[in-house]
Ligand binder design. Structure first.
Ligand code: HEM
Length: 362
């Protein structure tokens, strides 16, 4: 199928550069969730009371008798950060489009016709990588719209909850993107038995419920983003209890997963990711307990959001580590002269080498 000429003119991008940009996307997606929480805990959620304008008739903050300048600039600053996240994730998408396959000739096409480089058909597209990379900027744009509705709805607690959970989904997908850089496009092949993968999947589902319950605690708690926002009537103690119960369930599943991973002699890389997940979840539990006991001070509430993002990153890393799609396939090589030295096969990426599929290990 013919490809648009514009895509063929993209500079070839090495996988290492895409990986760096994908890691930047993880940081940016988690970072904007944390700065969003700063908007909330400083009570600046309606610092810009309209959307997409900051105040009626102005895109930027203007002196307003009813809105403190600090609240305006905190909320407006967070809106500006959206552009930075779009830029990072957009660049990552462009890099994924230009990414060449491992072991492939990275030099730009030599033949030039009429001042334009000839289409480089030697550079097959990495379709899964491109799809995952595209989700990132699209997700940020969707979040800008959800954030806008959140403002227009007067920070209704359920809209804040949706806004936060979509952020965590984007963080998760950004981690999957990082892992996709070194993986092929094939179907996932488990590196641990299916039952162990199912356990990791169950733990992930419980983590989702834990995050959701966390937003219920916030919805009942003092940090709505604006003093006049109605709170969830269920009350903080009941919601915090639900949140903590889910945490205990999650930790129990992680203990089971740890035994299972050791029993099946899981690859060392997967065990390292698992250890980081346990450490992050325990630390987050401690931060949560302390902030509850201290009446949810602002700084700890934002630290807790950072912790939630780190637990999400670690859980996504464990999940992606339970399967492999094999190394990136080298593209078909053009026929070469008979006396030419045969090309070296591409070296498998360190990450893929660490995760042989189950069938290959036995
Ligand atoms: C792995 C463990 C935990 C995770 C992943 C987690 C996650 C979350 C999330 C996602 C939120 C909502 C943040 C927001 O809406 O901006 C939240 C809020 C909250 N969590 Fe946790 N949490 C954990 C453990 C705990 C524990 C053990 C407690 C103690 C009871 C706790 C207490 C709270 C409180 C009080 C809030 C409301 C903070 C506010 O009003 O801003 N968390 N948590």
């Amino acid at each position: 199928m013919a490809r648009p000429a514009l895509l063929d003119r993209l500079v070839p991008v090495p996988p290492a550069a895409v990986r760096r940009l994908a890691i930047a996307a993880v940081v940016a997606q988690a970072g904007i969730a944390v700065t969003g929480s700063i908007v909330r805990v400083t009570g600046s959620g309606l610092g810009c009371p309209t959307w997409p304008q900051c105040s009626p008739g102005s895109l930027v903050p203007t002196p307003h008798p009813e809105v403190a300048a600090l609240h305006q600039w905190v909320e407006f600053g967070n809106r500006l950060l959206t552009f930075a996240v779009v830029a990072i994730t957009g660049l990552c998408f462009l890099a994924a489009l230009g990414c060449y396959r491992s072991g492939h000739d990275a030099s730009p096409p030599h033949s030039v016709r009429g001042g334009r480089p000839a289409p480089d058909h030697r550079r097959p597209r990495r379709s899964r990588l491109v799809r995952l990379a595209l989700v990132q900027p699209l997700g940020v744009i969707a979040q800008a719209v959800i954030g806008g509705f959140t403002v227009l709805l007067g920070l209704a607690w359920w809209s804040v909850s949706v806004h936060f959970l979509v952020s965590m989904a984007l963080v998760w997908l950004a981690v999957v993107l990082v892992s996709a850089v070194d993986e092929g496009d094939g179907p996932p092949r488990p590196v641990v038995p299916n039952a162990v993968r199912a356990l990791a999947g169950t733990a992930t589902a419980v983590l989702g419920a834990l995050l959701l319950a966390g937003t219920f605690v916030t919805a009942a708690g003092p940090h709505s983003g604006d003093t006049d926002t109605p709170r969830l009537a269920a009350g903080v103690p009941a919601m915090a209890q639900l949140h903590a119960d889910l945490l205990f369930g999650y930790l129990g599943l992680l203990v089971g997963l740890g035994f299972a991973l050791c029993a099946v002699a899981a690859p060392a890389g997967l065990l390292r990711r698992y250890a980081m997940l346990v450490a992050a979840a325990l630390l987050q539990g401690v931060v949560g307990g302390v902030q509850y006991a201290l009446g949810v001070p602002e700084a700890l509430a934002s630290l807790h959001v950072l912790g939630a993002a780190l637990v999400t990153v670690a859980a996504a890393a464990v999940w992606t580590g339970t399967a492999t799609r094999g190394p990136v396939a080298a593209p078909p090589t053009p026929p070469r002269p008979r006396d030419a030295t045969p090309a070296e096969p591409p070296a498998p990426s360190p990450d893929a080498a660490d995760r042989p599929a189950l069938a290959e290990r036995s």
